[in-house]
Design a protein around this ligand. Structure first.
Ligand SMILES: C[S@@+](CC[C@H](N)C(=O)[O-])C[C@H]1O[C@@H](n2cnc3c(N)ncnc32)[C@H](O)[C@@H]1O
Length: 208
């Protein structure tokens, strides 16, 4: 990995950073998913999960905590270990896999999921890879599944196009939040169609 992702995470230490603000927005959307989810187990998948701050924030102490299961995929060994520790500390039964999240083969066994987190990915991959990943959503999620995604809005702002790609993939928007300065955008989607996991490409994206 070329970028120092450990150092990148330290922006979370500043509660006033744009990253901390983004975390609050994402966690709020995850909390809404938990609040509104029907009874029963809730399977989650977080790709490029980092230290898993969003899942931890949202699920800690939540009434549905015991229903949550799934997988968080993170390539960096230290960040994967931190995610494992953070998730365990709040009692979340999410398995952390230190693996390449661009390869669906690494988590095909848990598909389809109720909640898919694509947080901190779309600003680091090519437009074509964003499109490929969005197109793959129906094969990753259950019918009515929730997707939460992020992308900065720096010019040229790709978020309008991303939202069209989600529409084309058969999802409906459940919300979109962004800062005026374009430092982040957070989108929520709900799937209205599904596809077989066998249709997934071998590789979804490549980090720049
Ligand atoms: C921008 S950070 C986002 C982390 C987390 N989702 C968050 O919002 O706090 C990107 C993360 O992706 C991880 N990463 C990069 N390439 C990856 C890959 N191919 N598979 C899994 N994780 C990857 C990095 O180590 C880093 O933790």
């Amino acid at each position: 990995m070329s970028k120092d992702w450990i150092d990148w995470h330290r922006a979370y230490d500043d509660p006033d950073s744009s990253l901390s603000e983004r975390r609050q927005v994402v966690s709020g959307m995850v909390r809404r998913f938990l609040d509104e989810a029907p009874p029963g187990p809730l399977r989650c998948l977080s790709l490029c999960a980092g230290e898993a701050p969003d899942l931890v924030d949202a699920a800690a102490g939540h009434a549905r905590l015991a229903d949550v299961n799934g997988v968080a995929v993170e390539l960096h060994p230290d960040l994967a270990a931190a995610a494992r520790s953070n998730l365990g500390a709040v009692g979340l039964a999410i398995e952390v896999r230190q693996a390449d999240a661009s390869h669906p083969a690494e988590y095909v066994d848990v598909l389809p999921v109720d909640l898919l987190l694509l947080v901190g990915i779309f600003g680091n991959i090519s437009d074509e890879d964003v499109r490929r990943t969005v197109t793959a959503v129906p094969a990753l999620c259950k019918l009515g599944g929730t997707v939460i995604w992020t992308r900065h809005r720096k010019p040229p702002d790709l978020t309008p196009q991303i939202r069209v790609w989600f529409d084309d993939a058969g999802t409906v928007s459940t919300g979109f939040v962004s800062r005026d300065d374009g430092l982040f955008g957070v989108g929520g989607e709900r799937t209205t169609v599904t596809a077989d996991a066998n249709t997934l490409p071998a590789t979804l994206f490549r980090f720049r």
